[in-house]
Ligand binder design. Structure first.
Ligand code: PTJ
Length: 251
């Protein structure tokens, strides 16, 4: 990494993640626009106090239940997610035998190769999304995110799509898939149309889902999903953000 960050810096964690993203951009893993997306995420995280709230815990529990019950779950991974949570996602996927698929908005062979090489360091049991012979296109989607793996996203029933840009999640949902997203912005199109919206930083979310999945038992997950109300979760996050504005102004 370019800059050595003092560990006692009050914003050490935030700066560490920022530098990971910059590092990822230099390695062709993160798209240039990924820096802007990260900055938007930082703003919401700041207003949320950079911590996991109850609405995120509830959403993570529901996400774990959906993934646990799924016949063909898949983790979709882009440039930012690779840098921030690649290692944690590979560990979770290996543990649960869930495939992961590289699916990026700003698609290029160079970036796909860079993301694949980076993830391979953590020994994933499988990575989809890069072998030409296995790629197909989702209909009615113009962005490069339409290019999916016929063994992965194309046939999945539950898709984990963190830091998503909107249109693909919508089409996937129209195709009958359950969508789990992680997005610090509760007002984004993806956040509003997903079945489970985890409004929290991806770096805190993946370990939490792992923990919930380890504790799952066959009787509980149906009930967790049945009781879960995503609109309520979004409303709670919006309330927290509004309070965040007021608190930051008063202190
Ligand atoms: O790697 P690629 O080519 O697939 O490109 C990835 C980006 C992120 C550039 C692309 O998907 C994009 O432009 O996304 P958006 O539309 O900016 O949406 C990303 C969302 O993720 C925004 O609503 C951010 O608030 C949110 N976000 C950013 N960082 C985090 C985050 N949410 C959770 N955790 C984060 N660390």
């Amino acid at each position: 990494m370019e800059n050595d960050l003092p560990i006692d810096h009050p914003r050490y964690e935030s700066l560490k993640h920022r530098h990971l993203i910059i590092d990822g951009m230099k390695k062709n893993i993160v798209a240039n626009a990924g820096l802007i997306a990260h900055g938007r995420g930082e703003t919401f995280d700041y207003l949320l106090g950079e911590k996991t709230h109850d609405f995120s815990i509830d959403a993570c529990r529901a996400a774990a239940a959906y993934l646990y019950l799924a016949k063909n779950p898949i983790f979709s991974i882009n440039g930012n997610v690779t840098m921030l949570s690649g290692k944690d996602i590979v560990e979770l996927c290996n543990e649960r035998k869930i495939p992961l698929e590289i699916n990026i908005f700003y698609r290029s062979k160079k970036r796909i190769e860079a993301i694949k090489s980076y993830l391979k360091k953590f020994n994933p049991f499988v990575i989809f999304g890069y072998e030409e012979s296995h790629l197909v296109e989702i209909e009615n989607l113009n962005s490069d995110r339409r290019i999916v793996d016929k063994r992965g996203i194309a046939v999945a029933d539950v898709v984990f799509v963190p830091l998503e840009d909107g249109d693909r999640a919508e089409i996937l949902k129209e195709n009958g898939k359950k969508i789990i997203t992680v997005d610090l912005n509760p007002l984004s199109r993806t956040a509003k149309m997903s079945d489970v919206t985890i409004i929290d930083n991806i770096v805190r979310v993946v370990p939490l889902i792992s923990e919930f999945m380890s504790g799952m038992n066959d009787k509980e997950e149906d009930e967790i999903i049945h009781k879960y109300n995503n609109n309520e979760i979004i409303q709670k996050a919006l309330n927290e953000i509004s309070e965040g504005f007021i608190n930051k102004f008063n202190h």
